[in-house]
Ligand binder design. Structure first.
Ligand code: FPP
Ligand code: MG
Length: 307
């Protein structure tokens, strides 16, 4: 499509998507994939792809603010990425260092109260990146307008293994009863216990896998997953809005399924449980997103008349 036509099409599609979206997921996590393929197709170096990707990252921060997303987690460097060629790795570390410092100094970060924090095995990173992490975390400490988590030297299994080992050590020294190991005990031993559950994972670049990313926070919460073909540097606002729409419709059908299960309970247990079930249904109805409404009161009424 010619450039101007494409822009007009995107603008119209963006307006349409905005009308269809009624809210935003609280926590979006992004697998920014496809930087090197983007560069390769242009005859450029892998590092050029990562630089172009970092520009997309900045745009996504604006889109999150615009839509009311409260927390964003970026998969910036995985434990697997340590295996990349030395030259690419070092240039990626240079970029991450520069971007962390740039974000920490950016006016809008201070205006919007963006808190930056790193999650991962940060002590495996070179000193210059660790210093930049420290700088960004200190400069934004105490902000609560928006949270930006940068996953660095991050691997989901390693995070869970770390927590499991920590629990085992606490049990071993008699500080913890194995029967008392619960969700909160594990969460307190993850990289950062303030990271909230993930609502939506977005992956660019066409691969349909979640690559060891936030298994505790995403799977426990049954996060929606949106895969799309564009490489990360080419990821557009339309793609982002489509991801949010996918989250909303998945959420709506999930809430509807929950309400329907509750209705099935009313039917199964009849009058004995009806009062309680009706309360549950009324609460569920309040939490239903637009478009997911089922007439729970009418359903419960007809059930009670049938008693
Ligand atoms: C994956 O694409 C991308 C990365 C490993 C690096 C992501 C980092 C950035 C975009 C910098 C963002 C900066 C901050 C501060 C978060 P790939 O290299 O796997 O590309 P490919 O799939 O085409 O091989
Ligand atoms: Mg890749």
């Amino acid at each position: 499509m010619r450039g101007w036509l494409r822009r007009r099409f995107d603008a119209a599609y963006e307006r349409l998507l905005r009308r269809e979206i009624s809210g935003a997921p609280a926590h979006v996590a992004v697998i920014q994939d496809g930087n090197r393929r983007y560069a390769r197709e242009r005859g450029e170096d892998p590092s050029d792809g990562h630089h172009a990707g970092a520009e997309t990252t900045e745009r996504v921060l604006d889109w999150c603010a615009d839509l009311g997303v409260a927390e964003l987690t970026l998969y910036a460097f995985s434990t697997e990425n340590f295996e990349r060629p030395r030259e690419e790795r070092e240039r990626l570390f240079d970029l991450l260092e520069a971007k962390l410092r740039e974000f920490a100094d950016a006016e809008r970060v201070h205006e919007q109260g963006v808190r930056i924090r790193a999650i991962g095995e940060v002590d495996r990173l070179p000193e210059r990146v660790r210093d930049a992490v420290d700088y960004a975390e200190r400069r934004t400490d105490g902000y609560d307008g928006f949270t930006l988590n940068v996953a660095l030297a991050y691997g989901g299994r390693a995070e869970l293994l770390g927590a499991a080992r920590d629990v085992a050590r606490a049990v071993d020294r008699g500080a913890l009863d194995p029967d008392e190991v619960d969700v909160a005990e594990i969460e307190s031993r993850l990289h950062d216990d303030r990271v909230r559950d993930v609502d939506l994972i977005v992956r660019t670049g066409g691969d349909e896998r979640t690559s060891n990313f936030l298994p505790w926070h995403a799977n426990g919460n049954e996060a929606a997953v949106f895969f799309c073909a564009p490489y990360w540097p080419a990821f557009s606002k339309v793609d982002f809005l489509r991801a949010i729409r996918t989250y909303e419709s998945r959420e709506a059908s999930w809430q509807r399924a929950k309400a329907e299960r509750a209705l099935a309970l009313v039917r199964a247990f009849g009058s004995v449980e009806l009062g309680e079930a009706r309360d549950v249904l009324a609460r569920l109805r309040e939490s239903l997103p637009a478009g997911a409404d089922v007439d729970v009161e009418a359903e419960a009424e007809s059930e009670s008349r049938a008693d």
